[in-house]
Design a protein around this ligand. Structure first.
Ligand code: PMP
Length: 433
């Protein structure tokens, strides 16, 4: 199979994708298992809906169309899809079994490695999803401090404690929201106000960075606030962990939390998560009256994948993070140069730190323009660049990938500029997305 998708809309069929979408929506609510993979997140009728296989930074949809992937399975695949060290470790472990009646030594090995890599990590427990460990971090902070309120910013999955105070609170008893206070990311004052109004704050739980990076003093300010009031500082590093730097965003931005949550980039696509933190806090998990336990936590194939992935990241640290940052920077700068060259830099822009470069499409008034976004996605997907809006570069993204992507963006932004000029953006969107 070619590593170079063709630089023009191909005679491209997505017939099998369409059929699968129709079948899926009859038997699967949302037609997908993960919000960010729902067909409606892309351009229905144009974007592929199901993937068949993947190599490096590319995947093939069920109709055989090839794409450069900028979603990378929502973040886990940091080394590229078929990384040999991870595949070998997994294959070897599968032949020995995936689960036993006792913990496997790999749980100890991997926990030790995480304590070497992650600044806050003195002890580590494993889960399977980000949700498991973000929910645990709130429960742990409450049990450790004897307080109930969680001050939080950012997305942490669907545990009640986080969604109770959001617009996705259906199914959560209203009383739960009494114990959740939201503050604004990069708005230290709003965090401070929570502590002024309450002496019951168990923890500040925030993403240290996401599409936005911390303003000077923001994370340091949260650290001081937590210390001053005897609350814990928890970083949700589910996305940033092992990605913004080997030691996560806490290493990249130089602020150490008491506890941190990890999941995505630790096993190159195998299902595992971890909570890591201060020994005295983590030991609460083993105390009477506190439970965190799952049949599949400690499942060994994922631990083998984690060991292999962390080994590769540790022994090629400079090269891997240089590549991720080079790709992200090139995409962001290239996109913005092209938007300017086509005269639409007031309507289309790319921003964010290299490991997560986000595109934004707006109307004249500066409000988000979903049609412009759909047209961009549609034309990029037709040309073999699978961009969901943001870009998550992996160590497998090559200079050729970047070059091809920017050549596609040149064409796509020209199409968008012409559509904006003629005020026909919505008409040019073929799908219903
Ligand atoms: N926290 C953050 C920062 C995330 O990005 C996500 C997933 N997008 C989660 C928590 C939830 O993780 P999971 O989907 O693995 O349960």
């Amino acid at each position: 199979m070619s590593r170079e998708p063709q630089l023009h809309p191909r005679e491209r069929s997505i017939e099998r994708s369409r059929e699968l979408f129709e079948r899926a929506r009859r038997v699967i609510p949302d037609a997908a298992q993960t919000n960010s993979k729902r067909p409606e997140r892309f351009v229905v009728g144009v974007s592929p809906t199901h993937a068949a296989r993947a190599e490096g930074s590319h995947f093939w949809d069920v109709d055989g169309n090839e794409y450069i992937d900028y979603l990378m399975a929502c973040g886990p695949v940091i080394l590229g899809y078929d990384h040999p060290a991870v595949m070998d470790a997994v294959t070897e472990q599968v032949s020995d079994g995936s689960m036993y009646s006792l913990p496997h030594p790999l749980a100890v090995d991997v926990a030790e490695t995480i304590t070497e890599i992650v600044p806050c990590a003195e002890m580590v427990r494993f889960g399977k999803n980000g949700n498991d460990v973000t929910a645990l971090s709130a429960k742990l902070a409450r049990a450790y401090t004897g307080r109930d309120t969680i001050a939080t910013a950012g997305y942490h999955g669907w545990p009640d404690v986080f969604l109770s105070a959001s617009d996705a609170a259906r199914g959560i008893p209203s009383g739960v929201s009494e114990y959740t206070e939201r503050f604004g990311y990069n708005d230290l004052e709003s965090a401070r106000r929570i502590f002024e109004d309450s002496d019951d704050v168990a923890a500040i739980i925030t993403t240290p960075a996401s599409a936005r990076t911390p303003n000077d003093g923001f994370l340091e300010g949260l650290r001081e606030l937590a210390d001053e009031h005897g609350a814990l500082l928890v970083f949700d590093e589910v996305f940033t962990g092992f990605r913004f730097a080997l030691g996560g965003a806490q290493e990249r931005f130089g602020v150490t939390p008491d506890v941190a949550c990890f999941a995505k980039a630790m096993a190159n696509g195998y299902p595992i998560s971890a909570v890591a933190g201060r020994r005295d806090v983590m030991k609460t998990i083993g105390e009477p009256g506190f439970t965190f336990s799952m049949t599949y936590a400690g499942e060994v194939v994922s631990l083998a994948a984690t060991k292999a992935c962390l080994d590769v990241l540790q022994s090629n640290e400079e090269e891997i993070y240089d590549r991720i940052y080079a790709v992200g920077d090139a995409i962001r700068e290239g996109f913005n140069d092209l938007a300017a060259a086509h005269g639409i830099d007031d309507r289309a822009s790319a921003s964010g730190i290299a490991p997560r470069v986000v595109t934004r499409f707006t109307d004249e008034a500066g409000t988000p323009d979903p049609d412009a976004r759909s047209l961009f996605l549609q034309e990029a997907h037709k040309r073999g660049v699978f961009v969901p809006g943001s870009h998550i570069p992996s160590a497998a993204h090559s200079d050729a990938d970047v070059e091809y992507t920017l050549a596609v963006y040149d064409e796509v932004l020209a199409i968008l500029a012409a559509a904006i000029e003629r005020d026909v953006v919505a008409d040019r969107v073929d799908g219903q997305g």
